[in-house]
Design a protein around this ligand. Structure first.
Ligand code: HEC
Length: 377
């Protein structure tokens, strides 16, 4: 035909027709990519998954790529002072609410003292169990008032003069707040009206006990206004910085494209039906482009942004499954029966090793991670 060789003369050999050295090299390349991808998943776990979960969930993706949703921007101090603090560790990611209760120096004394007062009022000699419980309920209510006052001060802008004067006038909605008497500003021995809270004293007695030299949290001192102010600034928890996003984008597009391109080319040379190859070979590359577009679209305002962020988990899964199919299908197509036997044995061994690793290492690790992050202190 026109002097050109017939197209069948240009027929590209399929994988199994390639010389053995080439096939062995390709096989080991595919295995290396597989192992490399597993370690990338391990990194993904450490970077973005919630404690106790193997891989990031759609909600993790929202947090990472879009930033916190349904959450008013809060200062670090407010974040660490939730009403419900049971089961959260007392650290920088957990809570500091316990500082007003059982982790305050005078908590049990305050309850004993109150129980005695209640007993005296009722004319009984020794407070019984019910009185002790009533005393604890009263003290708890007052201590929670301290917590609310601290949050109110931080929310109102954490003013320096109020701290220096140890006098924070309570906002109107808290003017009748139940709070520990000693924390209220006094005038001639009476509670000053309108009510104001000794905000500096509050920080000193409830926080500085640990947050000062020699204390449990001495590396994060809270002993003066400047030190406290740092944690009083309101911050929205934003998603990934633009700089980091641009960086991961090019790392993925340039680096991973090479990998997916090569594994795709290998599968393209297989003897699987044309349609299978047309769909599967370019799939990880296509899914990666979609995935990365979602990363950027996740920055849109609500409700679109979080929606795209959630999709990242699924587009990412398509990339992973596509790559897995490239590897497994190509490996089987590279060899004939004898080779398959080796591959089946290899995958069985990998499956066994994976199962053992899950039972002995991964599951205990995940369980431990979960308990140290949410467990009781
Ligand atoms: C019983 C000891 C204790 C008390 C009382 C206490 N904290 Fe903490 N705080 C800690 C520990 C421990 C950490 C974790 C320190 C670390 O990461 O090494 C911490 C961490 C913090 C952090 C995060 C520091 C950072 O940059 O990571 C803030 C903010 C904080 N506490 C605020 C407070 C406030 C406000 C109070 C008073 C209501 C308070 N703490 C009372 C023990 C305490």
């Amino acid at each position: 035909m026109n002097g050109y060789p017939h197209s069948s003369n240009l027929r590209i050999p399929t994988l199994s027709e390639l010389p053995l050295p080439l096939r062995l090299t390709l096989a080991l390349f595919l295995l290396s990519v597989g192992i490399g991808y597993i370690s990338a998943l391990v990194q993904l776990h450490f970077q973005h998954a919630s404690p106790g979960a193997l891989l990031p969930s759609p909600e993790d993706a929202v947090r990472v790529f879009h930033g916190a949703v349904d959450e008013k921007p809060k200062s670090k101090i407010e974040q660490l002072l939730p009403e419900d603090y049971q089961g959260k560790k007392m650290n920088g990611q957990g809570q500091m609410t316990a500082a007003f209760f059982k982790r305050s120096e005078d908590y049990s004394e305050a309850i004993t003292e109150r129980a005695r007062e209640l007993a005296k009022k009722q004319g009984v000699k020794k407070p019984d169990k019910a009185l002790k419980e009533a005393a604890q309920a009263e003290v708890d209510r007052e201590r929670d008032g301290e917590r609310l006052a601290m949050i109110a001060w931080v929310r109102s802008g954490a003013k320096e003069t109020e701290y220096k004067d140890d006098n924070f006038p309570l906002p109107p909605d808290l003017s009748q707040l139940t709070i520990t008497r000693q924390m209220l500003v006094e005038q001639n021995g009476e509670i000053a009206e309108p009510r104001a809270v000794k905000i500096q004293t509050l920080f000193q007695q409830r926080c500085a006990t640990c947050h000062q030299d020699g204390g449990e949290a001495q590396n994060f001192p809270l002993t003066n206004y400047a030190e406290i102010k740092k944690y009083a600034a309101v911050k929205t928890s934003e998603g990934m910085s633009l700089e980091k996003l641009a960086q991961t984008t090019h790392v993925h597009l340039l680096g991973f494209s090479m990998l997916y391109g090569l594994t795709g080319l290998i599968l393209a040379l297989s003897s699987y039906p044309r349609l299978v190859r047309i769909v599967l070979c370019p799939l990880p590359l296509l899914a990666q482009i979609v995935d990365i577009s979602f990363w950027w679209l996740a920055r849109l305002p609500e409700p679109q942004g979080p929606m795209f962020a959630r999709c990242i988990v699924y587009s990412g899964a398509v990339v992973a499954v596509g790559l897995l199919l490239h590897i497994v299908l190509s490996l089987f197509n590279l060899f004939r029966v004898k080779g398959w036997l080796i591959l089946v044995l290899l995958f069985a061994a990998a499956g066994y090793a994976g199962h053992e690793a899950k039972m002995r290492v991964i599951d205990p690790f995940i369980a431990q991670e979960k308990s140290t992050n949410t467990g009781e202190k």
